[in-house]
Design a protein around this ligand. Structure first.
Ligand code: ASP
Ligand code: MG
Length: 652
C-alpha cells in the first residue's frame, strides 16, 4: 500500500488533476493506493470567507465556488458521466448551503475528492471514495489514534477488491459525529494517519515545490532542496512556519517508522526530500530556515542537524547588524535551532541575509571521497587539520566503484558537494557524467580518468559546463604545480599554444638524474615506491602519455593516444645529459595541427630541462603571446603535496 497526498495546487484544475492521475497510475502498477487530496487551491479560504458573509452576498460567492468545480468537471468528463458528476457536485453544494456556516470550510475536500474518485472510476479504475468524517476521530485538539487507526484499517480491509481509496484530507469528526478539521494544512496529517494505520510501504506528499527547501523559494530564489532531513528538523521547520509540510503530520509516520517523501507534482522526476530517522550530527550544520508572523513580531527559525555552538547567536547578530538589520532578540529555541525575532516588515530582508549567511557564503563543502590510497589518506589528514569547513560525508575504499556509494552520494549531496576521485581506477570515470548531472562537482587526481578517449573526455567537460559544476584535475599533471591552470589562462585569452615541452615523469627523471647506472637507479626507484607496479609502464612512456594527453586537451587539442609517437626508454642506450620529454609542437601538416612525441632528448645547459633533478617536474609553454616560454618547475611527487593540490581544487 502506498499513500499519496496531493495539495491544493496539485488539484487546482483539470490539467493539474490529469498530472495527479498519471502519478496515481504509476503507483497503482506497484500495488494498492490511498489517495488523499486537499481542496482545490484557494477553496478553503473562499469557504471561510463565505461563512462570514451576509446571506445575499453568500449566494453570489457560493456560485463562484460551484462554477470553479463545474469547470473542472466539464473538462474531465463528457456525456452521461459529466451529467452524473455535475449532479454530485450540485448535491455537495446543496449540503454546503444547508450546513452551519462554521462548517463551510470542511466542504472543499468533499468537492475535490468526489470529482477525482468519479474520474478514476470513469477511467476503469476500481476506486472507492471513503468519508474521512467517519474514520478520523478528533477529540479535543488531537486525534484519537487507536479509534482512527482501527476504523481506517477496517474500511480498507472491508474492500479487498478496491485498487484506489480516495480520501478527503483535512476533515474528521468528534465523538458526537460532528464534523471537525485537523487545522489548516491538515491534509498532510490525514495522509500520515492513513500511512500509519495501514502500515504503508511509502508515504508521498506531492506539492508544488521540489521538496522541503532551505527556505521558501518564493522568498529566496537561491533556496535549494534538502535531500534528506530528520523527523525532528522537519518538524521544527514545519512548526516554525515552513508551509510545505504540516507539523502534526510528522508524528504518525515517525511512530510507524515510515519515511515521508516530499515530491513535486509538476516535476515528478526530481528526487524531492526524504524525511526519516536520520541521526543528529555531532556538530550541527544548517538545514533550513522557516519564517512566521507571530503576534506583534516576525520570527525566523534557523534549524540545524545537530547542536550549535554557543557563539552562533552572537555571530548572527553581528552579521545582521552589519547588514543594517535590527533584531529584537536572537536566542536558542533548542540546542539545534535558533529563533530570531524581528519587527514586522523586516523579515524578508533578514531571511535573505540569513539564507546567505547559512547557505551561500558558508564555505562548508560536502566531500565524497573515492580511494583511500596514499593521496586519499593524506587528503583526509589535511582536511582534519584545516579550519576550512569541509564535511567528509562518505569515503569509499581504494578503487571503489560501488554503485551504493554513488547512490548514497546522489541522495544526500548538498549544493556544494564535491566528488573526489583519488583512485587510479581505469573505469571510475564512467561515473563522472552522472555525478555532474546530479549537480555534484568533481575533483580528480586520477589521470587514467582524464586520458580516456577524447570523445568521453569532451562529454565530461560539456556536462560540467551545462550543469555549471566544476571538473578539476590539476593534480593529474605535475602534482601541485599550477600547470593546467596556466595552460587554461592562455587558452582562455585566445592565445595560441606553439609548443609545450614537459618533464613530467618523476620516475624517469629520478633515474636519469641520479648519477647511478640505469639498472641500479631503476631498482632504487622501485624500492622507494616511485615506479608503477609494473615499471615498464614508466619506461614505455604509458604514464607520460596520459599526462601529455591531459596537457594537450587543456590547450584545446583533441589529442588521442594513437597520435603520440612514443620512443620507449632502452636502459642500455641511455646517455648522460638525457631527459625524458613529452612534447607537442604546432605543425600545420600534422592531422590535428600538432605533432606529439615522448622520447629521450639530449639537453644542454641552455635547456630548461637541464636543471630538473630527482622527482622534480618542469613544463615550458611557448605561445603566440609568450614567445619566450613560460616555465614552471618544482616538486612533482609526494602524497601530501598531491593532496594539498586536490584540496585546492576542492576549495578554489
Ligand atoms: N484545504 C485545507 C487548507 O487549505 C487543508 C489542506 O490543504 O491541507 O488548509
Ligand atoms: Mg499543505
Amino acid at each position: 500500500m502506498e499513500v499519496l497526498k496531493f495539495g491544493g495546487t496539485s488539484v487546482a484544475n483539470a490539467t493539474a488533476i490529469s498530472r495527479v492521475l498519471d502519478i496515481v497510475d504509476a503507483a497503482r502498477s506497484r500495488g494498492k493506493v490511498a489517495l488523499v487530496c486537499s481542496a482545490i487551491s484557494g477553496c478553503t479560504d473562499e469557504l471561510i470567507a463565505l461563512s462570514a458573509m451576509e446571506p445575499e452576498e453568500r449566494e453570489r460567492a457560493g456560485k463562484a465556488i460551484l462554477d470553479r468545480h463545474n469547470a473542472i468537471v466539464n473538462r474531465l468528463f463528457t456525456g452521461k458521466e459529466r451529467k452524473d458528476v455535475v449532479q454530485t457536485v450540485l448535491d455537495t453544494f446543496k449540503d454546503l448551503m444547508e450546513a452551519d456556516p462554521e462548517d463551510y470550510q470542511t466542504f472543499g475536500e468533499l468537492f475535490s475528492t468526489r470529482i477525482i474518485a468519479a474520474k478514476l472510476r470513469c477511467d476503469g479504475v476500481n476506486a472507492l471514495w471513503l468519508d474521512s468524517r467517519d474514520l478520523i476521530r478528533i477529540s479535543g485538539e488531537s486525534v484519537d489514534k487507536p479509534v482512527t487507526y482501527k476504523r481506517i484499517a477496517k474500511a480498507v480491509s472491508d474492500h479487498p477488491e478496491v485498487e484506489v481509496f480516495v480520501v478527503p484530507g483535512f476533515i474528521g469528526s468528534d465523538a458526537t459525529g460532528h464534523v471537525r478539521t485537523l487545522g489548516r494544512g491538515g491534509s498532510d496529517q490525514t495522509a500520515s494517519l492513513f500511512a500509519a494505520a495501514l502500515g504503508a510501504d511509502d508515504l508521498q506528499i506531492w506539492t508544488d515545490v521540489p521538496g522541503i527547501m532551505t527556505t521558501n523559494p518564493k522568498d529566496v530564489r537561491s533556496a535549494r532542496t534538502i535531500p534528506q532531513i530528520s523527523y525532528d528538523a522537519a518538524f521544527t521547520l514545519a512548526a516554525c512556519g515552513a508551509k510545505v509540510l504540516y507539523a502534526p503530520a510528522v508524528e504518525p509516520a515517525r511512530e510507524a517508522g515510515i519515511n515521508i517523501r516530499i515530491l513535486d507534482t509538476f516535476h515528478p522526476d526530481l528526487p524531492g526530500t526524504v524525511v526519516g530517522p536520520f541521526p543528529r550530527r555531532e556538530r550541527g550544520s544548517w538545514v533550513g530556515i522557516a519564517c512566521k508572523k507571530d503576534g506583534a513580531d516576525s520570527k525566523l527559525c534557523l534549524v540545524a542537524d545537530g547542536p550549535l555552538d554557543s557563539s552562533v547567536p552572537g555571530e548572527l547578530r553581528a552579521r545582521l547588524e552589519r547588514a543594517n538589520i535590527v533584531t529584537r532578540s536572537i536566542m536558542f529555541g533548542s540546542e539545534d535551532h535558533i529563533l530570531i525575532s524581528l519587527d514586522h516588515g523586516d523579515e524578508l530582508e533578514a531571511l535573505r541575509t540569513c539564507h546567505y549567511i547559512c547557505f551561500e557564503t558558508d564555505d562548508a563543502v560536502d566531500v565524497f571521497l573515492a580511494g583511500e590510497g596514499k593521496v586519499g589518506r593524506a587528503l583526509l589528514d589535511i582536511i582534519g587539520k584545516t579550519d576550512n569547513r569541509i564535511n567528509v560525508r562518505l569515503v569509499a575504499r581504494h578503487e571503489c566503484e560501488d554503485e551504493a556509494f554513488f547512490r548514497e552520494m546522489f541522495a544526500t549531496a548538498s549544493g556544494k558537494a564535491v566528488f573526489v576521485d583519488c583512485t587510479d581506477s581505469e573505469t571510475i570515470y564512467k561515473w563522472y557524467v552522472p555525478v555532474l548531472e546530479a549537480g555534484i562537482n568533481v575533483v580528480s587526481s586520477n589521470r587514467r580518468a582524464l586520458s580516456v578517449p577524447y570523445a568521453e573526455f569532451a562529454l565530461m567537460k560539456r556536462t560540467a559546463r551545462r550543469m555549471r559544476r566544476f571538473l578539476r584535475y590539476e593534480t593529474t599533471v605535475g602534482a601541485a604545480l599550477p600547470i593546467l591552470d596556466s595552460i587554461n589562462m592562455s587558452t582562455n585569452s585566445a592565445d595560441e599554444i606553439l609548443s609545450i615541452e614537459a618533464v613530467v615523469s618523476c620516475t624517469l627523471n629520478y633515474i636519469l638524474t641520479s648519477g647511478l647506472p640505469f639498472e641500479e637507479a631503476l631498482r632504487k626507484a622501485q624500492e622507494i615506491g616511485l615506479t608503477e607496479k609494473d615499471p615498464s609502464m614508466d619506461l614505455g612512456g604509458k604514464d607520460a602519455v596520459r599526462k601529455l594527453l591531459i596537457l594537450a586537451r587543456e590547450a584545446g587539442i583533441p589529442l588521442e593516444e594513437s597520435d603520440v609517437a612514443i620512443e620507449p626508454v632502452d636502459g642500455s642506450a641511455v646517455q648522460t645529459g638525457q631527459r625524458f620529454v613529452a612534447s607537442i609542437e604546432k605543425d600545420t601538416s600534422a592531422p590535428k595541427g600538432y605533432r606529439a612525441a615522448i622520447r629521450l632528448k639530449t639537453v644542454g645547459p641552455d635547456d630548461p630541462a637541464w636543471n630538473v633533478r630527482g622527482t622534480d617536474n618542469m613544463i615550458s609553454i611557448r605561445s603566440a603571446f609568450h614567445p619566450s616560454p613560460l616555465i614552471i618547475q618544482g616538486a612533482g611527487e609526494g602524497a601530501k603535496m598531491a593532496a594539498s593540490s586536490v584540496l585546492n581544487d576542492i576549495l578554489r
